[in-house]
Ligand binder design. Structure first.
Ligand SMILES: O[C@H]1[C@H](O)[C@@H](O)[C@H](O)[C@@H](O)[C@H]1O
Length: 534
């Protein structure tokens, strides 16, 4: 089957966008070129400190778990302790993301970044001083609340600021910092793992970037989309001017066009939501939720966003992020924290590849090409696990594990192949979620899909070790491979290509169907145009 063809899509073809200027297609994107100015890059990097913390705090747990020894509650950690310490973070991230989505509309995008920083700092300090397993679970939960807020707000903040032709790349900067943060956490984990009580440093260091970001926030503006919705049109115009400065030949008409598209969208959505409210006597929240669930274009956006976020976690990637040191210690590696560093460094390097590909190859194609490689490597890993004997007592760092042989090295190679293909597609693409939703349902829609991510992240964190024990490693990896097969089919079926479109155009594309066929035709036309002009 050709991943790019999409014969099943027989819904009527809608024009990509029709706004008051009577233009359609990629009108908003026309004439914008270049790699963006210093203003947009500085803001992106400042916002992405939240991503760095998200990465650091999720990555640090792998080395922490193998370094705690009997420091907490005077005993070795059981599998249940490990599962709870790991999953409490994702569980509380799951709780925080819808709350953050709700508050982002009320208090503004920036306030959520501040609340997250405060929680990051408190959680890091608490973990560093705690002496019991439950204390550790509490510290990890505080960090989880912070990660939930940051993981929702950072991509949303960037997507609402970025010019269309750079949105994919700028949103991927957050991923570079998440995976970079995870790699730093692994390096720090490796450095401190041989030091008595070194794990306290590992978890405590996370407080510093959070405090730094609180100071940076004083200089950061709100997004133009949020400002326009809050009635502060002039401020929104000023920010848009700074964002598009140097990217277009006619700055003021580009800004006017974008501002009027945003205003149109706000008007349309407000009319729709007031009709809903007057018909059903419901609150604004209930009206937004019901429009998200029952208005077909919004429901389509939500389906795609949740499918991508759900698959990103259900494919099992974070079992490696959280437990690779545990797995490698059972496979007999003398320095499991060093071996597992290869996982996070590969993740980081291939996220850099994604950074260059996402606005060139596109979101859909990145996924359709890389998921099959994930499937092959999972199957290879599953087969190789049949040839290694794992120690029976998995609660302690394995001392009775055999020395690594050929199959063990093939496991490591297949895991690295899996991680590199994941990091090029499924790692970054789902975080483009905000572009799928129109402004009126953007925060709520993004928070539901972010919750889907954290919900499945929690399930993977809780079930991975028990699955390895009861199902065997081979069947555990086969389960993840099957999930990837189903996910690939879902993506092929309903995820249109959004590369290069302005955020308002993406949402228009989902108005009359999934828009897959139209999006691929648009891409072909653009490629032909580019070839002719070359
Ligand atoms: O996109 C990120 C990234 O891939 C991380 O490496 C992973 O740990 C996160 O769960 C995911 O959301």
């Amino acid at each position: 089957m050709d991943p790019e063809s999409h014969e099943h899509d027989i819904e009527p073809t809608a024009p990509l966008i029709e706004h008051e200027h009577g233009s359609h297609g990629n009108a908003l994107g026309e004439g914008k070129t270049g790699t963006g100015n210093a203003f947009i890059w500085t803001l992106t990097l400042a916002a992405c400190v939240g991503g760095l913390l998200f990465g650091y705090d999720t990555g640090v747990i792998s080395s922490t778990l193998v370094s705690i020894g009997t420091d907490l509650s005077n005993r070795h950690l059981t599998n249940l302790d490990k599962g709870l310490i790991t999953a409490s973070t994702s569980l509380f991230a799951l709780i925080a993301s819808p709350i953050a989505g709700f508050l982002a509309d009320k208090a503004g995008r920036k306030s959520i970044i501040i609340y997250s920083d405060i929680l990051f700092t408190a959680g890091a300090a608490w973990q560093a001083i705690t002496s019991s397993v439950w204390g550790m679970i509490l510290g990890r939960s505080l960090v989880g609340l912070a990660i939930g807020g940051a993981s929702l707000i950072v991509p949303l903040y960037i997507a609402e600021l970025a010019p269309g032709h750079l949105r994919g790349r700028l949103t991927t900067v957050q991923l570079l910092l998440i995976t970079g943060g995870q790699a730093i956490a692994y390096i720090i984990g490796w450095i401190f793992s041989s030091m008595p009580g070194g794990w306290r440093w590992m978890v405590g260091i996370g407080a510093f970037p959070a405090v730094t970001q609180i100071f940076m926030l004083v200089l950061m503006p709100e997004t133009p989309r949020y400002l326009a919705r809050a009635g502060q049109e002039e401020k929104a115009r000023q920010i848009l001017k700074k964002v598009y400065y140097g990217t277009t030949s006619d700055l003021s008409s580009t800004v006017d066009t974008i501002l009027s598209t945003i205003k149109n969208e706000i008007m349309e959505e407000e009319e729709a939501s007031s009709v809903l409210k007057s018909n059903q006597h419901t609150s604004k929240f209930a009206a937004t939720l019901s429009s998200l669930l029952f208005h077909p274009p919004h429901a389509r956006a939500l389906t795609i966003a949740c499918l991508l976020q759900g698959l990103q976690q259900a494919c099992g990637f974070n079992s490696l992020m959280y437990f690779s040191a545990t797995i490698f210690s059972q496979l007999g590696f003398k320095s499991p924290t060093l071996t597992s560093l290869s996982i996070s460094v590969t993740n980081f390097i291939f996220t850099c590849v994604a950074f260059f590909l996402i606005d060139r190859l596109g979101r859909r194609r990145s996924l359709l090409y890389t998921i099959p490689i994930m499937i092959v490597s999972l199957v290879l890993c599953a087969v190789m696990f049949r040839f290694v004997d794992l120690p029976t007592d998995t609660t302690k760092v394995a001392l009775d594990a055999p020395s690594p042989g050929l199959s063990t090295y093939l496991i490591v190679i297949s895991l690295l192949l899996y991680v590199s293909s994941y990091a090029t597609g499924l790692g970054p693409v789902p975080w483009q979620q905000s572009e799928l939703f129109p402004l009126s349902v953007r925060s709520l829609g993004s928070s539901i899909s972010t919750s889907t991510n954290w919900g499945l992240n929690t399930i993977v964190g809780l079930t991975f070790l028990p699955m390895m024990q009861t199902l065997t490693p081979t069947w555990t990896f086969v389960v993840y491979a099957c999930v990837c097969v189903l996910g690939w089919v879902g993506i092929w079926w309903c995820y249109p290509e959004t590369k290069g479109l302005e955020i308002e155009e993406v949402t228009t594309m989902l108005k009359d169907g999934w828009g897959v066929k139209e999006s691929m035709e648009r891409l072909k036309r653009e490629q032909q145009r580019a070839r002719v002009s070359r």
